[in-house]
Write a protein that binds this ligand. Structure first.
Ligand code: FES
Length: 103
């Protein structure tokens, strides 16, 4: 059984609300560039997800296998998420989803 192939797998919501309130295309490009810059293609991965069912708190991202959710993520937050969480395994507490109120 294949387990934990990547140290961190970032899913960037590409649903309607997150696309309207954020920049998922730019976010994915940002994280992919950072991954390449640090030669971490085999360790970290950034992908789109469909709606994560937290539209009111968009834009949203989630990091697995940690199960850490980020909401209201703006462009200026991407670097912190990359440096602090994806590189150093320390989730950015201030950006984590505060409640699970769905759509
Ligand atoms: S569109 Fe992103 S959570 Fe629904």
């Amino acid at each position: 059984m294949l387990k934990n192939r990547f140290k961190h797998h970032l899913f960037i919501c590409h649903g309607k609300s997150c696309s309207e309130n954020g920049n998922p295309e730019q976010a994915k490009a940002f994280f992919k560039d950072k991954i390449k810059e640090h030669s971490l293609e085999g360790t970290l991965r950034a992908c789109f997800s469909s709606c994560l069912n937290l539209c009111k708190q968009s834009p949203n991202m989630v990091v697995y296998p940690d199960g850490v959710w980020y909401s209201g993520v703006q462009n200026l937050d991407w670097g912190r998420i990359f440096n602090q969480h994806l590189l150093n395994s320390k989730p950015v507490v201030e950006l984590q989803t505060k409640n699970e109120d769905p759509k």
